[in-house]
Design a protein around this ligand. Structure first.
Ligand code: NI
Length: 160
């Protein structure tokens, strides 16, 4: 496994619409392992392939049972709404309040090409939508109702 460099800010690859994965081969498996390791080391809740410069529809995220992966993910359900603060490994030092669904159901494939379906609630629904947005070139700063710098965030929480 190898650590990959996380693309940031104005890197053009973050703004591309990623292409679907067509071949579930050994190269895909290596990519998924590297994404998992890169996410773990960066202490992220999720990571999308464009964030390491690969414009393909692949995400990894922290699930209840460890790192989970989804290839060619698609929503089948998005329900409810909650506004919470979030950030992104590709946008260091910026946080924003973003409205996300409370419940999502997503279908996709595992690394071998087997179809799978999963449900996410609350924080997990937020992470799933955030990561799938990356596959369409959308960053949380585009959707944020309010943005905060690190410094502003410290002020907000100064009395805690
Ligand atoms: Ni992100």
């Amino acid at each position: 496994m190898a650590l990959r460099i996380i693309r940031k800010d104005k890197d053009a690859v973050l703004r591309l619409k990623a292409a679907p994965v067509r071949k579930f081969n050994a190269q895909l498996a290596v990519l998924l392992d590297d994404m998992a390791e890169t996410m773990e080391v960066a202490a992220g809740a999720g990571l999308a392939a464009p964030q390491i410069g690969i414009s393909r529809r692949i995400i990894v995220f922290r699930g209840e049972d460890g790192v989970m992966e989804l290839v060619n993910p698609e929503f089948i359900l998005r329900q409810g709404e909650s506004v919470e603060l979030e950030g992104c490994l590709s946008c260091p030092g910026i946080y924003g309040e973003v409205a996300r669904p409370l419940l999502v159901r997503v279908k996709g494939y595992d690394r071998l090409g087997n179809p799978l379906e999963l449900e996410g609630e609350g924080f997990m629904a937020r992470v799933l939508e955030h990561e799938i947005d990356h596959l369409d070139g959308i960053l949380f700063i585009d959707k944020a109702l309010r943005l905060f710098t690190d410094e502003e965030l410290q002020k907000i929480y100064k009395d805690v």
